[in-house]
Unconditional design. Structure first.
Lengths: 676, 157
């Protein structure tokens, strides 16, 4: 290259002068012609070569040669540039179509191969070097880019998308890619993210997976890309606060498999990894598939341009998008302000890693306190309370309400439930408002507003979920001020081509009004509905989702609709026998988790009574089993089936009808609560 | 009633079996079989297959979804005397596909057969079931294929 430079430098003045002379001659010739032939000077021009013809000839030859050389050089440069440009374009275009094996094969090699290349190239190929040399004045990065393609042009295999090439031939191919990217200081991994996805699902939870399945079922060969900031494939959450804690397997935190009450085992992951395809193969797979991009967060959404931007600046364009970003556990302000040490001893429970951490911590401490008396708090309290029977772990649960599930169950039932939770080994501190938390002597001291002091080793905060609406601003989506979450219509649509499902969706329920639901079955139902609507259906939210909770082996209930303890309720009870427990229910129906038999069934007729039930003793305070109706303007909007199972279809029907019933005892008869 | 009392806004009723012996006088609204909003079973009112039916589990959406759909569609619309007899190619390719994913579609053997008869009930229910409940989805899926498709013998061996 230096050689060229010196040569060029030598030639330059000559070329310049000769070209200047050329230009001058041409100009004069043109001007002369432009004037009049009459003015043809008899004498030669003053700058013209004086002297003998031989010198003239030599001069003319030199000038001609210089012009010619310059012309050839210019032509070759332009052509070479054009060629390089086209190659680069085709190489970029072919990049997403490259089969994975090619890339994975070649990626370990590029550096080594590249080094080999640059050494091999100078010797046999002086030509390409002449081309890049004038590029030197330009910045080094493009030069690196230029060098590589020019090398490849000399090497027979062209960069194509075809798969059938040997590794040695392949290794030069991806080099331009690798080199270009290393020129930009971007890791080769960036090339694995598709730049376009027909169906883009933001969030990798239950709603997202349900939508993916629905899309694949309805759109043959659909290509679905799930983008999640978690490191895990889609999994279900309920076992994290229930079944996984009851497992006998010591390696449960690794396997994440749990034994259902009927003995059958399954993983919390919806599907094993072999179900999914790699993101880079998504757009080339013959029959499409579902790809999951883990560890990437969508930070910006461009609705007009139909594309999103990830936290590593990659952009993905979409045709249809689902936002299923769920939420983030809330924390108490007093804990957030309490400092590093308190925060390090506090768990906000939601994900697999939280489960692993709490499991580990709970084995090494003496006392754990759960703040929060709702579903999650009570379930965790019962799970840890069960553990405390084997170890000497003290389990405390504190909440502002009077009893467990105080915001869901009517007071009498909430009190009754609290007693049951205490029997699971939990110390309940009710009507507790946390004033401050300090770290002292390696323990945490929780001071309540009424003066009570609680000393503990670890805190689990289960005080609600903050729906994740981070994308609302960039996407220009509406956020609901009453319920939180993205505001969507009855078909779960926020804007054209954008749907929202799961915990983050504040949707219009035709029967029950606008609401936001944070339950597993709702995530499944809404995810599925969103998937249907993304593939062309226009169905509103109609099939009512249900939820369930177990508080120990004796208390289990299933519920549907709006179950708010501030509503007037009518509860119809019979006395529970040994047969009416959650455990018995699953054993009978042969299903692993109760929700199986309940969620999608539709009612045909009331359950008929056949065998005589054991006599009811009818103790006033023994709410063994029954059904509770929640009323709004005399219409049943919510139903709890208390220790009564496999009746959800009837409950669903009653809510769907939305009728005013004069006598709810008659409605209760439909459930046949005395029967199994 | 055994007892009836109110605690503020909440009414509590205790009932004996005798109290509930008489049939209910509560009226339920009649179901509309053509309601477009309702969840549908395996076969839609139009006669088409509802691929999104929860009863199919993940069969139509997994890696072998296309093969499954081809085979099952062929069977469904088959007018042959022995229904589906002209669909052997599709079934074969479906089987080949499933063999490539033993994790998702475990191969049948006696042990699995026993398990499947147990889960027969479970397979009739929902996608939610599959997603929240039963064991390895494939056992349910292949079982579902057997019992949902009436009288149809899937030659999975």
């Amino acid at each position: 290259m230096l050689k060229c430079r010196t040569v060029w430098k030598k030639l330059a003045p000559l070329a310049r002068s000769s070209s200047t002379v050329c230009r001058q001659n041409v100009r004069r010739a043109v001007l002369n012609n432009g004037r009049t032939p009459a003015q043809v000077p008899a004498a030669h021009m003053s700058t013209g070569p004086a002297g003998g013809g031989r010198e003239n000839q030599l001069y003319a030859l030199l000038v001609g040669a210089a012009c010619l050389g310059g012309g050839i050089y210019a032509y070759r440069t332009v052509k070479g540039d054009q060629r390089r440009y086209e190659e680069r374009l085709s190489e970029i275009a072919s990049r997403p179509h490259r089969a994975a094996p090619q890339e994975t094969l070649s990626e370990p090699e590029p550096l080594a191969a590249e080094a080999a290349e640059t050494e091999a190239v100078p010797a046999p190929e002086p030509e390409p070097q002449a081309e890049p040399s004038p590029e030197e004045p330009s910045p080094p990065a493009p030069e690196a880019e230029v060098v590589a393609p020019s090398e490849t042009t000399e090497i027979p295999p062209e960069p194509t998308a075809e798969a059938a090439e040997t590794p040695s031939a392949e290794s030069p191919e991806p080099q331009p890619e690798v080199v270009a990217e290393s020129g930009g200081d971007v890791a080769p991994v960036a090339s694995k993210i598709p730049s376009h996805a027909r169906y883009l699902l933001i969030g990798g939870g239950t709603a997202s997976f349900a939508a993916a399945r629905s899309i694949r079922a309805r759109d043959p060969g659909a290509r679905v890309l799930i983008v999640t900031d978690e490191p895990d494939l889609p999994y279900m959450r309920p076992p994290l606060s229930k079944e996984l804690w009851f497992s006998d397997d010591p390696s449960v935190t690794e396997t994440l498999r749990f034994k259902q009450w009927n003995g059958k085992e399954r993983s919390i992951y919806f599907q094993p990894p072999s179900f999914y395809i790699n993101p880079e193969e998504l757009n080339s797979a013959e029959n499409g598939g579902v790809a999951v991009l883990t560890g990437k967060k969508v930070v910006h959404m461009d609705v007009r341009g139909n594309k999103v931007k990830l936290d590593d600046d990659t952009e993905i364009a979409y045709d249809k998008c689902l936002i299923a970003t769920g939420g983030v556990p809330r924390n108490l302000q007093v804990i957030e302000r309490a400092g590093e040490e308190v925060m390090s001893k506090t768990t906000l429970f939601r994900k697999i890693e939280d489960f692993k951490l709490l499991d580990k911590v709970s084995r090494n401490i003496k006392s754990v306190t759960i703040i929060g008396g709702g579903f999650l708090g009570s379930e965790l309290a019962c799970a840890l309370g069960r553990r405390s029977a084997e170890s000497d772990l003290e389990v405390i649960q504190m909440f502002p309400e009077k009893g467990n599930m105080g915001k869901v169950l009517p007071e009498y039932l909430s009190n009754w439930t609290t007693e049951k939770v205490k029997k699971e080994g939990v110390k309940i501190i009710s009507e507790a408002l946390v004033k401050s938390v300090v770290a002292k002597d390696d323990k945490l001291e929780i001071l309540l507003k009424d003066g009570r002091l609680v000393k503990t080793d670890h805190i689990v905060a289960a005080v609600g979920l903050e729906p994740n609406v981070d994308l609302a601003k960039s996407a220009g989506l509406e956020v609901d001020s009453d319920f939180g979450g993205y505001r969507v219509n009855a078909e779960l649509q926020a804007r054209s081509n954008i749907w929202v499902a799961g915990d983050a969706a504040c949707f219009y329920d035709i029967r029950l009004g606008r609401r936001r639901v944070e339950h597993h079955d709702h995530a499944v139902v809404s995810g599925r509905l969103a998937g249907e609507n993304m593939t062309g259906a226009s169905k509103p939210y109609w099939h009512q989702s249900m939820f369930w909770s177990d508080l120990g082996p004796d208390v289990g209930y299933e519920a549907i609709g709006i179950v708010d303890s501030s509503l007037p309720t009518v509860g119809v009870f019979a006395k529970a026998t040994a047969k009416d427990t959650p455990k018995a229910a699953t054993e009978k129906s042969g299903t692993g988790i109760r929700s199986e038999s309940e969620t999608e069934d539709t009612a045909v007729s009331p359950v008929a009574s056949s065998t005589p039930a054991p006599p009811t003793v009818g103790h006033k305070d023994d709410y063994g089993k029954g059904v509770i109706f929640y009323l709004r303007d005399k219409v049943v909007v919510g139903i709890i089936l208390w220790n009564v199972f496999n009746r959800m279809p009837i409950a669903r029907k009653i809510i769907k009808d939305g009728e005013e019933h004069a006598d709810l005892n008659e409605v209760a008869k439909l459930f046949n609560i005395h029967e199994d | 009633f055994s007892s009836f009392h109110t605690k503020g806004k909440d009414t509590i009723i205790f009932v004996t079996k005798e109290d509930h012996a008489a049939p209910s006088s509560a009226e339920l609204v009649e179901e509309d079989p053509n309601d477009p909003y309702e969840e549908r079973g395996l076969i839609l009112p139009s006669g088409e297959i509802n691929w999104n039916c929860p009863c199919l589990g993940g069969m139509a959406s997994g890696p072998c979804g296309t093969a499954f759909k081809d085979a099952f569609s062929c069977f469904h619309y088959s007018k042959e005397e022995v229904k589906g007899s002209e669909c052997m190619d599709q079934f074969r390719s479906m089987q080949e596909c499933m063999q490539r994913f033993p994790e998702l579609y475990p191969q049948e053997d006696d042990k699995v057969q026993q398990e499947k008869s147990e889960t027969h009930e479970a397979s009739q229910s929902s996608e939610t079931a599959e997603m929240s409940g039963t064991d390895s989805a494939p056992a349910e899926d292949s079982n579902t294929t057997q019992c949902v498709v009436h009288g149809f013998l899937l030659p999975v061996s």
